[in-house]
Design a protein around this ligand. Structure first.
Ligand SMILES: Cc1cc2nc3c(=O)[nH]c(=O)nc-3n(C[C@H](O)[C@H](O)[C@H](O)COP(=O)(O)OP(=O)(O)OC[C@H]3O[C@@H](n4cnc5c(N)ncnc54)[C@H](O)[C@@H]3O)c2cc1C
Length: 314
């Protein structure tokens, strides 16, 4: 079993820690070794930490900017050398591109949007989310080689004191035709796509001057902040916070939607959340049909009360 690890700013991305955890739990079930390939510049000591999540050995490609076809060749080569039958990837634009190419190179079946640990009790099957998170499909994989793309928050993280052996790969893929000249980082303490809790605001918040109400609740809950499309279109919030069909797709454990109507295009980005809470003054708002919990009322009254309650829990 090989877990594909993504690096950003000299840190392992949280979604990749989850993939390491997922891979090592699966390796235990399959009675095989949990290995990892980490792509990107990072201190060696930080990679050894993957042992905390059950990884025995990490192959490190210290390459900053590489194209997916080169990375895929390397991942396929290591997977073949290590006789790995399962490779697990985090769900991201760049990992998706590598995963698809790896699957072709090693002759594997590929299943994306995996939401739970694989069931290996009779054959090999996984649950995946379909129809933008509105439904789930149980998929049996019959081929010997398998590539799985794991959704965020599919597994809870637990740690041990173990560390992983790290091998720095000699190959450098830095000299490609494509170089990243500039990256624009999303702002905010907690990355929206990695967040376990998201507090999102819509047009019901009336204006950017009221966003401290969303931010205060998010801070009290350790959550990231999101918004609906019109809110970012009107520049109340930055575009990287816009959630939905045309924005960021999130799958947190809790999604709290405040003053958002629940249009189908917004729901397309939040359907995979484990628990949805809608706060809206209109009892007929469509969001209540998609929500697990609903509060009918004025956001301006409810948000300060929720924030105080959340502070007491912290
Ligand atoms: C092609 C296409 C793609 C789109 N993609 C996206 C997308 O990715 N993401 C997205 O979000 N939208 C998207 N949209 C827009 C989408 O259809 C909706 O228009 C949008 O989601 C509505 O945003 P909203 O809920 O913030 O605003 P509104 O529809 O105006 O709803 C505001 C809500 O706030 C409630 N409210 C008002 N005052 C209060 C208060 N004081 N307290 C509590 N509640 C209050 C109201 O009852 C209402 O339900 C897309 C549309 C199209 C056509």
């Amino acid at each position: 079993m090989v877990a594909y690890i993504e690096i950003a700013d000299n840190e392992i991305k949280k979604s990749s820690l989850e993939v390491a955890m997922y891979g090592s739990v699966l390796a235990q079930k399959l009675n095989t070794t949990a290995l990892a390939i980490a792509v990107g510049k990072i201190d060696q000591s930080k990679l050894a930490v993957l042992g905390n999540y059950g990884i025995k050995k990490v192959f490190s490609l210290q390459s900053q900017a590489s194209i997916s076809v080169d990375v895929a060749s390397l991942v396929a080569k290591i997977a073949n050398e290590q006789n790995a039958n399962v490779i697990v990837f985090p769900k991201s634009v760049s990992a998706d591109a590598v995963a698809a190419k790896v699957a072709i190179k090693i002759g594997a079946s590929i299943v994306s949007n995996v939401t739970e640990m694989a069931d290996v009790s009779a054959g090999f099957s996984v649950n995946r989310s379909i129809y933008t998170g509105k439904a789930f499909a149980k998929v049996a994989i019959k081929s010997a080689k398998k590539v799985l793309i794991i959704k965020k928050n599919a597994i809870a993280l637990t740690t041990s004191a173990n560390t992983a052996e790290v091998e720095i790969l000699a190959q450098s893929l830095a000299d490609t035709n494509i170089t990243i000249k500039e990256t624009q980082k999303a702002t905010g303490d907690i990355l929206l796509t990695d967040a376990e809790i998201v507090v999102s605001g819509g047009r019901g918040l009336k204006g950017p001057e009221n966003w401290h109400l969303i931010e205060n609740l998010a801070k009290a809950l350790g959550a990231a902040t999101g918004c609906s499309k019109p809110v970012s279109d009107m520049d109340w919030r930055p575009h990287h916070e816009h959630v939905g069909q045309t924005g960021v797709k999130v799958s947190p454990n809790i999604y709290i939607a405040v003053g958002i109507s629940g249009a189908i295009q917004h729901l397309a980005g939040v359907n995979s959340s484990k628990v949805i809470v809608a706060i809206n003054k209109d009892p007929e708002a469509p969001f209540f049909k998609a929500a697990d919990y609903g509060i009918v009322g004025d956001a301006f009254e409810i948000l300060p009360k929720l924030t105080e309650a959340a502070k007491k829990l912290a």
